[in-house]
Design a protein around this ligand. Structure first.
Ligand SMILES: Cc1ncc(C[n+]2csc(CCOP(=O)(O)OP(=O)(O)O)c2C)c(N)n1
Ligand SMILES: [Mg+2]
Length: 540
């Protein structure tokens, strides 16, 4: 069913975006995209603007990750688009359905040297699923609908369109296509059965579930499969919190023990990348469950690799008939290791040290964070500690930069999270180095009344680089920052508020003030610069 609509290019684009469930845009102004603003302004479509285009794309990505619907960033021609490329690349690595609409110099005098005249496509093509220049106004709704369909089709990812100036400013009429339903990819039933049989007959199986389990709305199916086959579950990325921490099959801290002892490792909805020792688990057989055949690993040969809709595959696992080995002792052993690690962590999180160690900050955060709080990590060591000490209780509440590891997601992700969840706690865990990339966007948050809490682990160094460089060379360069810098005063100057904390006992009251403040609030915690995250034990 199609409908005919009339308007300028911006109006045609917005009509197609709305029809597909896009509900806001993130942007930084530029004349090339004025018609898109005009369309939004005239129809009360929310516009959130930022101080650097990377934040617009990261905000759109946070919406996509948290809400599992398309996120939209609108960037002006040339530098607007190039500033967004790290955001697009992160979305590509994270399989996040983000649409970037770019302005573009006029086509009718292409080659004459218009302002910001450059062809964006060769730059964005390697980091998008679909990239296209839309040359005629009446083609815009079709292109927007096709791009969003590509973004949302597993394996999901970002897409890019740009509109030459005359295409977006001109008026035309066009068909408004209805968004096509995206049919689930049917997995090969034999491959699914083979995988299920491998898991069922394993003596010591482990599941590691990642972001696509949440993105593919397969959290319930994961739980059903784990319960039916009695398999302990570890998680990463947006998969964290898929099983509540109190669930008997939910594990986090016993991962090394589990991967060392496992005979079958089932990796669901996350790549076999450096976070998972490239899929090499010693003698254990690997079952890799992916949401699309295109996402099968090329560098490992798993024992089984069912590809398709994760809900269908995991539900089939749950319904697997046939014998199942008893895993009671295996699970009990892991529980012992988990409890021991938990007790060690609890000690660290309560440690009364001067200067403060990062672990203590997370100990205090446990006291003030709600179960549904959204926590966001942007930094080096400080964020590795967040991964270790924060235990998300629900899926879709933890945002890390993902395998692209790009610093600077902080304020953009915070904006997208605040827009997605106006009533929840939003807490950014930020390194002092990471703060340099996006802190200016506190101005955008303050001005648009989007309060968030920022906790800076301020060790005065690029910790994740300084410690390894010293270990490798015996010296370090380019790894120091100003010690005890007042990042809280930066936030106050930008329309928020904050304070510096140097004593562990002052942390909890400071965090409570932060969550009550109603404006962007930065708690600048001076931490021990000699504290280095124990990397050798980090598999995350
Ligand atoms: C855009 C970008 N630039 C550089 C890096 C390399 N890098 C990774 S972690 C890190 C140090 C981060 O320092 P900080 O945010 O202060 O956290 P800390 O390790 O000190 O806790 C750097 C520079 C990166 N990942 N991304
Ligand atoms: Mg630092």
């Amino acid at each position: 069913m199609t409908e005919r609509i009339e308007g300028h290019g911006g109006e045609l684009a917005l009509a197609a975006l709305r029809a597909y469930g896009v509900r806001e845009m993130f942007t930084l102004s530029g004349g090339h995209v004025f018609p898109i603003y005009d369309a939004a302004h005239k129809t009360d479509f929310p516009i959130y603007d930022v101080r650097h285009e990377q934040s617009a794309v990261f905000a759109a990505e946070a919406v996509a990750k948290l809400q599992r619907r398309p996120g939209l960033a609108v960037l002006t021609a040339g530098p607007g688009v190039t500033n967004g490329i790290s955001g697009l690349t992160s979305a590509y690595f994270n399989a996040s359905p983000v649409l970037v609409l770019g302005g573009r110099a006029p086509q009718f005098r292409w080659g004459s040297g218009s302002l910001q005249e450059m062809d964006h496509l060769p730059l964005v093509a390697p980091v998008t699923k679909h990239a296209e220049t839309v040359f005629s106004t009446d083609d815009i709704p079709r292109a927007v609908t096709a791009a969003l369909t590509a973004a949302l089709t597993p394996h999901r990812g970002p897409v890019f369109l740009d509109f030459p100036l005359e295409a977006v400013f001109s008026v035309s009429d066009a068909e408004l296509p209805a968004p096509p339903g995206i049919a689930p990819i049917e997995p090969d039933p034999d491959e699914v059965t083979r995988a299920a049989a491998l898991i069922a007959s394993a003596a010591r199986p482990v599941i590691i579930a990642g972001s696509d389990v949440y993105a593919g709305d397969a959290v319930d199916a994961l739980r059903a499969a784990a319960e039916a086959l009695q398999v302990p579950v570890f998680t990463n990325g947006m998969g964290r919190g898929a099983l509540p921490p109190e669930h008997p099959l939910a594990f986090a801290k016993a991962r090394r023990v589990a991967l060392k002892g496992a005979d079958v490792v089932v990796v669901v909805g996350t790549p076999l990348d450096f976070r998972l020792s490239f899929g090499d688990f010693g003698d254990a057989k690997v079952v890799h469950v992916v949401d699309a055949p295109s996402h099968r690993a090329g560098h490992v040969q798993p024992a089984a690799a069912p590809a398709g809709d994760l809900r269908l595959i995991l539900t089939a696992f749950a319904e697997h008939h046939g014998d199942r080995a008893d895993h009671t002792d295996w699970i009990a052993g892991l529980r012992t290791a988990e409890d021991a690690a938990k007790a060690r962590d609890a000690e660290e999180m309560a440690a009364e040290t001067d200067p403060i160690r990062p672990a203590r900050i997370y100990g205090e955060l446990h006291k003030v964070l709600d179960r549904d709080a959204i926590t966001i990590g942007d930094g080096g060591d400080f964020v590795s500690y967040a991964g270790r000490y924060l235990e998300p209780a629900q899926p879709g509440t933890w945002l890390d930069p993902g395998p692209y590891g790009c610093l600077g997601t902080g304020m953009g992700y915070a904006m997208g999270a605040r827009v997605s969840h106006p009533d929840r706690q939003i807490c950014v865990l930020m390194g002092d180095g990471a703060a340099g990339f996006s802190l200016m966007d506190v101005e955008s948050l303050a001005r648009q009344r989007l309060p968030v809490v920022i906790v800076v682990g301020n060790n005065g160094i690029w910790g994740l680089e300084k410690h390894p460089m010293r270990a490798m060379y015996g010296y370090d360069v380019a790894a120091d920052l100003q010690p005890e810098l007042r990042y809280d005063q930066v936030v106050s100057a930008l329309g928020g508020a904050g304070e510096t904390v140097a004593k562990a006992a002052d942390l909890e009251p400071a965090l409570r003030r932060a969550f009550d403040a109603g404006v962007p609030y930065l708690v600048n915690v001076l931490t021990d610069p000699t504290d280095a995250y124990p990397r050798s034990s980090n598999l995350a």
